[in-house]
Write a protein that binds this ligand. Structure first.
Ligand code: G3P
Length: 216
């Protein structure tokens, strides 16, 4: 399973990259706004900087919702760097645009996916990745991880090549459960990634080894 970091914060991107386990980055308009990135030029420059830090897939989200505007915006984003994956929302014009991008050699990540039906449509249109938002599904009293397993099963039966990118990850356990359910990629904030390092028995065991090492 690949690890992406889900943030537009450059310090956090660098920290995850320094750990040596980072395969890519996802952002969205909320995450960009949180970092105070405003205006087309600043947005483009921010994506460029992220591409310079991480040599992997970098999702850049379109803000348009109408077919022609999505295409124009996606082409601009894709021109920033070969690693840019154009992130397109799961709406009617979005599906049409994903098909157009696929036919024209631009990779896409279909975002805001909350059902297996939506994932099938995105895969049929040729999306490189499909992003089910598992934390938000949990918030609505459904099981986000179960959706990952369902999509993984369908894609395997049908031979779809679209990668399942588990998004809206809220905890280290989410990451483990998504790995178990067949996600190809997990995109997570930094804390759940670092949380996977921790176990109290590791700390106790290491303290004892270091203590005993003094007697060696
Ligand atoms: O990758 C999607 C993610 O940014 C949404 O996360 O926590 O806002 O549901 P959240």
């Amino acid at each position: 399973m690949k690890f992406f970091i889900d943030t537009a914060n450059l310090a956090q991107i660098k920290e995850a990259h320094d750990l040596g386990i980072l395969d890519g980055v996802t952002t969205n308009p909320s995450l960009m706004a949180k970092e105070g990135i405003k205006g087309e030029e600043a947005i483009m420059n921010h994506y460029k900087t992220i591409c310079e830090i991480v040599d992997g897939d970098i999702s850049a989200e379109v803000l348009s919702t109408e077919f022609n505007a999505i295409i124009a915006e996606g082409q601009k984003l894709a021109a920033i760097h070969p690693n840019i994956v154009v992130k397109v929302p799961m709406i009617r014009d979005g599906v049409k645009a994903i098909k157009w991008f696929t036919d024209n050699g631009i990779r896409t990540n279909c975002t805001l996916v909350f059902s297996a039906g939506q994932a099938i449509l995105a895969a049929k249109a040729g999306a490189a990745m499909v992003s089910p938002f598992i934390g938000r599904i949990d918030d609505s009293n459904w099981d986000g991880v179960e959706l990952i397993a369902q999509i993984a099963n369908i894609f395997s039966i049908q031979g779809f090549k679209t990668e399942i990118l588990a998004a809206s990850i809220r905890s280290s356990l989410h990451i483990v459960k998504c790995a178990e359910a067949g996600a190809d990629i997990c995109t997570c904030p930094l804390d759940p990634i670092l949380g996977m390092l921790k176990h109290p028995l590791t700390d106790i065991g290491l303290a004892k080894f270091l203590e005993d090492a003094k007697k060696m």
